[in-house]
Design a protein around this ligand. Structure first.
Ligand SMILES: [Fe+2]
Ligand SMILES: [Fe+2]
Length: 166
């Protein structure tokens, strides 16, 4: 075996990197639409501030590509495409309803959990491969995804869910 050939674990890391690179770019286009649809100012702000973070996530992924000696390349993420489509459907169904914000949060939290799963898995791969700098970059994003998810839980429980019950 040629020792310069990437291992299958390295290939898997690159594959997931391309997947999440596509997913983050899709989110950068989707979050402004969610902010526009959101009814409460708190939820609008949550989506807008996560858009700023998402742009940073894209930059960090580009740093990861560079550290791996690769050009940034996106591979269509069918899962994220599906989550966004389902979210659009939910938003349409609940347009004008007092449950609209709860529905938007529901869709957004599915997205956050997808990201958390992908970044957590990629970080484990990078740890295993001894890629310390990459572990740091992925950890920084993972922390922000977790905080975004918690912020949405807070808005849901304190405001959106009680409103949806009216
Ligand atoms: Fe992200
Ligand atoms: Fe996110």
């Amino acid at each position: 075996m040629n020792t310069n050939e990437p291992t299958e674990l390295q290939n898997l890391l690159t594959d997931q990197l391309r997947d999440i690179y596509w997913a983050e770019q899709k989110l950068a286009k989707t979050l402004p639409k969610l902010a526009k649809k959101a009814q409460s100012p708190a939820l609008k702000t949550a989506f807008t501030s996560h858009l700023a973070e998402t742009k940073t996530h894209i930059q960090r992924l580009e740093q990861v590509f560079a550290l791996l000696g690769l050009k940034p390349r996106a591979k269509k993420c069918d899962a994220m495409q599906g989550l966004v489509e389902e979210g659009d459907g939910l938003a349409e169904e609940y347009a004008g309803s007092p449950a609209l914000d709860a529905a938007l949060i529901c869709a957004a939290q599915k997205v956050e959990h997808y990201e958390i799963a992908t970044y957590g898995t990629m970080r484990a791969f990078a740890k295993r491969l001894g890629l310390t700098e990459i572990v740091k970059l992925l950890s920084a994003t993972l922390k922000e995804e977790g905080a975004a998810d918690q912020k949405l839980t807070h808005i849901a429980e304190s405001k959106a869910n009680p409103e949806a019950q009216q």
